[in-house]
Write a protein that binds this ligand. Structure first.
Ligand code: HEC
Length: 478
């Protein structure tokens, strides 16, 4: 049960939908836009019916509704207070990520006991004592519980509602000859709507198809987000956010379309054109953090099973990767860096030391995606050394981590102070291994370095002007 549009019969919606498509030529760039017009639909429901949010979205022509919806703003101080109370009183049953446990999922937009802020507040106050949730009215003030309600609402994620339509396409159509515009001039063979659920690209039940999904989506505050669409390589996917075509950033296993927090209109058009021998029938669509690769929540059925797979290897194929999370064998507060050459290391912000280095793939962050337990991420490949061994400046004194900056190629430079003197260190790939480059401020020498002694790994120090370079190489002798 839910408060949104999922309870509307798909057939009514499908038959009253008029699909139209607008494409505009902008110099050499052809921009792509899809508009679903709901003349019959809006007329039959009335503009203020329960489907009005979806109706506005579908009927958008001037962008005003979209702008309005994006302004659902919460007060930061209120959210912080709500978050603290949630962590104290609710997390045990509703989970770190609010996706449920003993208690219900609070971020998927499905409300069994009432969706309005007032209903949620009242439910928290009285609880469901016969079902395992005490009432909180004697423990917190109304203002405090209102903060919790805001915090919960700010974390809303996933589809609110949407529609899909499917067209068959010729088996042998080449990508260049295919256009959604043309295909959509025909009546779809199948069309319908989905509520807060997931899109299913397994629906078409045909080998070659074009399928367009258009819906309202919530992106919670707090972390950068992108919509990752894994469509088996190559084109075939066009994404628009709030009516604007979006170019993907290619990373991980596919295309990521960056998206801001808030409420958006998301259209994902997919065709199997030019994929004669490739048909998965389903697309992995997942919202993730494009900076870390950490997966957040699924948008498609296939994406959901994909998320349930706890193994998630992050490597640094094109650019260095920087990840802050707890890693096996490395102390907490370590920032891990993967270099495209297949060399990886960890810089610890508490000791200002290089606390580990390994060769091979970067990390499997699977074990703790989605708050599943507190298991650390797993470094892949082979250790060269790790804590308690470390590479550090010999200079004595208290260490203070200053910050991380990224070079043009995405490689991080760590800045820190040791005994009040500022230094930087970065890791670089070398021909046979890796080098840590230390520099001190004002052209001074970074001085001596202490290094572990490790069988099978040669480490030596080179001075190059004011730079101190620590070179690591595996001495392949077995
Ligand atoms: C001891 C476990 C437990 C704790 C602690 C708990 N809940 Fe619940 N909560 C539940 C259960 C179980 C349900 C589902 C009740 C039912 O079966 O209808 C629920 C339901 C809810 C609902 C209704 C969801 C809906 O779909 O309408 C809200 C809202 C809610 N909890 C918020 C909170 C908040 C906020 C806190 C902390 C202040 C909290 N809960 C603490 C177990 C808990």
């Amino acid at each position: 049960m839910s408060n949104n549009n999922s309870d509307r019969p798909a057939s009514t919606a499908g038959s009253s939908v008029v699909w139209a498509l607008g494409a505009c030529a902008l110099g050499a760039i052809v921009c792509f836009g899809i508009f679903l017009m709901l003349f019959g639909y809006v007329g039959s429901r009335g503009p203020s019916g329960p489907g009005s949010a979806g109706g506005q979205m579908m009927a958008r022509t001037d962008g005003a509704d979209v702008a309005e919806r994006q302004q659902v703003a919460f007060d930061d101080a209120s959210l912080a207070r709500g978050k603290a109370i949630y962590a104290q009183a609710c997390v045990a049953c509703h989970g770190q990520n609010m996706r449920g446990g003993v208690g219900f999922n609070l971020v998927d937009g499905e409300w069994v006991h009432g969706a309005s802020p007032e209903a949620i507040l009242s439910n928290i106050k009285t609880g469901f004592p016969d079902r395992g949730m005490v009432g909180f009215e004697s423990l917190y003030s109304d203002e405090e519980l209102q903060d919790v309600v805001d915090y919960i609402r700010s974390r809303r994620e996933g589809w609110e509602s949407g529609r899909y339509a499917i067209w068959p396409i010729a088996a042998d159509i080449a990508r260049d000859d295919f256009s959604f515009e043309q295909v959509m001039q025909d009546e779809p063979t199948k069309a319908g709507r989905f509520g807060a659920g997931l899109v299913d690209y397994g629906l078409p039940e045909m080998e070659n198809f074009a399928m367009v999904v258009d819906g309202t989506i919530h992106i919670p505050a707090g972390t950068p987000a992108g919509v990752w669409v894994q469509a088996g390589g190559g084109g075939g996917v066009e994404v628009t956010i709030d009516g604007e075509p979006v170019e993907p950033v290619y990373d991980l296993a596919g295309a990521i379309y960056p998206i801001d927090q808030g409420v958006h209109d998301l259209t994902i058009a997919y065709s199997t054109a030019d994929k004669p021998n490739w048909y998965s029938g389903n697309l992995n669509i997942v919202v993730l953090n494009p900076e870390t690769g950490e997966r957040a929540f699924p948008l498609s059925e296939a994406g959901k099973s994909f998320l349930n797979d706890t193994s998630f290897v992050i490597d640094a194929q094109q650019r260095p990767r920087v990840i802050r999370r707890v890693v096996n064998n490395l102390p907490s507060s370590t920032i891990s860096v993967g270099l495209p050459s297949g060399m990886n290391f960890g810089f610890n912000t508490k000791s200002c030391a290089i606390v580990g280095a390994w060769e091979g793939d970067f990390l499997d962050i699977g074990p703790n995606i989605d708050g599943r337990g507190d298991a650390p991420s797993v470094p892949l490949g082979e250790w060269m050394f790790h804590e308690p061994q470390a590479i550090a400046l010999s200079q004595q004194g208290d260490c203070r981590y200053v910050g991380t900056s990224l070079q043009d190629d995405g490689a991080p430079v760590f800045a820190f102070e040791l005994g009040g003197v500022p230094y930087t260190v970065s890791g670089q790939a070398t021909d046979g291994g890796m080098a840590f480059v230390y520099a001190a401020a004002q052209g001074r020498s970074a001085g001596a370095v202490s290094m572990p002694e490790v069988d099978g790994v040669e480490m030596r120090v080179e001075q190059a002007g004011a730079q101190t370079r620590v070179l690591l190489e595996r001495t392949r002798a077995q």
